[in-house]
Design a protein around this ligand. Structure first.
Ligand code: HEM
Length: 123
């Protein structure tokens, strides 16, 4: 049986595996061409550690970041669905338990809010 996410190291492995899938995806990888990976991964570890274990180590503004991304390169509903599909698939491959389910729900609800705030009806 798979174990649950229990701390920072588990989050780092989850995020590394997830972004490997994103980088291998022909559509999603387009959004990440200019990204400084070491920096992005460090931000994502802190974001998820804070989201799941309330460590207070993240102080960015994901809505503003994705609004800026959308202006340069429009985000579509199917991009969010693909992102969530890969995130969920990575969780299923690696972990099982309450915190893993919390991560799945948190990702889905943030994606929902992003789409409401950022996308227009035509996208
Ligand atoms: C279509 C779906 C998505 C795409 C294409 C996408 C793409 C990106 C890109 C290109 C960056 C900037 C990386 C950089 O320049 O360092 C970023 C940052 C980030 N993304 Fe996403 N993203 C998506 C959905 C999500 C979702 C659903 C979440 C929620 C968990 C999320 C969380 C974040 C966070 C926390 C950051 C860092 C924001 C900051 O502090 O500036 N993303 N994303």
């Amino acid at each position: 049986m798979k174990k649950d996410i229990s701390g920072r190291r588990d989050i780092e492995l989850l995020i590394d595996n997830f972004y490997e899938k994103v980088r291998a995806d022909s559509t999603l990888s387009e959004f990440f061409h200019d990204v400084a990976w070491d920096k992005h991964l460090a931000v994502m570890y802190a974001f998820w550690e804070n989201a799941l274990f309330f460590t207070g180590g993240y102080s960015g503004n994901p809505m503003a970041t994705h609004r800026r991304i959308h202006q340069r390169h429009p985000l579509k509903r199917r991009d969010f669905n693909r992102w969530l599909g890969l995130f969920s698939e990575t969780l299923d491959e690696m972990y099982s338990g309450e915190i893993a389910e919390l991560a799945r729900k948190r990702a889905a609800s943030i994606a929902e809010i992003m789409q409401k705030k950022i996308l227009t009806r035509s996208t």
